[in-house]
Design a protein around this ligand. Structure first.
Ligand code: FAQ
Length: 336
């Protein structure tokens, strides 16, 4: 009898695994941590999720410095809550990255040594309290545009983290817009502060989406893997179209002379950010890169004793969090 060879076995086990992996992606299902995945897919995810986590943690700095200078108790409570949320986002994302086989320690060391990146936007200084509003409106607004599609990204832990993060980003965006609305109803000086802040943050916000598609080395492969579901330029366009009516309602001018509605495209035409500046900032030469990384390094070094104590405690009680000692207490009496 002739031996019937199935097409899968002809292709070999690796190709079979790859075909199964791609089939999951194509039917828009999730890849989970224990599933087989190509090494390059794992590397791409570690790169993107780590960069995202680092952005949240470094992103606490430009706002954190203003908590002690908030103009009222209400503004202070809002800003404090927002910055704490960002710490939480960083932790969900580091946890998602850990499911890919890297530790938080390795990732933090890669950030501090400059081997991994974080979003360019956080290398710009915050010069007035209006920046707290502009960051919420534009920076969180851009983050939402970019991150809502990531809720459907192909890697399960990343997509699930994004669902929760996006809910909180929405509050962040609204508090920023509300602060700017209040300032715009205030004095001429306050209105000028808002306009000056928007002038500084508009272009760096457009850069958050990454380089133009034809200069983006990762987009095509990341889209084929369902890691990204839209290109950088598509999301940038969505952000511009969303921001123009909001700027109008606020009464501020966006600093782009080429910004105009294009009836035929049903979208706004707009000018290009200074991409030379973008690459300089990404390379580490932005206005605040050195300061941001030095601050993060100091916090990491200062926290070394906490990590050592936690490890010593875990080793002492076998990582049971004290349950083993409790189990030995047969007297039933509370210990002091
Ligand atoms: N900054 O080929 P692509 C937030 C790098 S969270 C720095 O297009 P990709 C919340 C890129 O890594 C903000 N580097 O790359 C918040 C790549 O270099 P590599 C963070 C950038 O990955 C708000 C090279 O350029 N959000 O804001 C940037 O396909 C307020 C070529 O680029 C995320 O991370 C940049 N802007 O697309 C917190 C979202 N753009 O790694 C506090 C998830 C590009 O090959 C306060 N990430 N590069 O050496 C993404 O969606 C993507 O990673 C992109 C870049 C779109 C950022």
């Amino acid at each position: 009898m002739p031996v019937v060879v199935e097409p899968e076995s002809q292709a070999g086990p690796e190709a079979e695994l790859e075909a199964r992996f791609q089939a999951v992606i194509d039917r828009k299902d999730r890849i989970e941590p224990r599933d087989w995945m190509p090494d390059a897919y794992r590397r791409t995810l570690v790169r993107q999720v780590a960069q995202h986590a680092h952005s949240e943690i470094i992103g606490m700095q430009p706002e954190g410095g203003w908590i002690g200078r908030a103009p009222s108790l209400r503004r202070k409570a809002i800003l404090l809550a927002k910055v704490q949320d960002e710490a939480g986002h960083g932790l969900y994302l580091y946890s998602a990255a850990e499911t890919l086989g890297v530790s938080r320690q390795e990732l933090t060391e890669a950030l501090i040594s400059g081997r991994q990146k974080y979003s360019s936007i956080f290398n710009y200084p915050t010069l007035s309290y209006a920046d707290m509003g502009t960051i919420g409106w534009l920076v969180d607004g851009a983050a939402i545009c970019n991150q809502v599609p990531l809720c459907r990204t192909s890697f399960g832990p990343y997509g699930r983290a994004m669902i929760r993060i996006c809910k909180e980003e929405s509050f962040h965006q609204r508090q920023g817009y509300e602060l700017l609305t209040t300032m715009m109803r205030g004095t001429d000086e306050q209105r000028a502060m808002v306009q000056e802040s928007v002038d500084r943050f508009w272009w760096p916000s457009l850069m958050m989406f990454g380089p133009p598609d034809d200069e983006s080395p990762n987009t095509a492969q990341s889209m084929a893997w369902g890691v990204k579901t839209h290109t950088n330029d598509e999301l940038r366009q969505r952000f511009v179209d969303m921001s123009v009516p909001q700027a109008k309602a606020l009464g501020v001018t966006l600093p782009d002379p080429d910004l105009v509605w294009n009836e035929e495209r049903g979208a706004h035409d707009f000018g290009q950010p200074d991409w030379a500046e973008f690459w300089e900032v990404v390379k580490g030469n932005g206005p605040c890169n050195a300061q941001r990384v030095a601050h993060r390094k100091k916090a990491w070094d200062d926290g070394a004793w906490v990590r050592e104590a936690a490890l010593a405690f875990a080793a002492h009680d076998g990582g049971t969090g004290g349950a083993a000692e409790d189990a030995d207490d047969t007297t039933g009496k509370a210990t002091t």
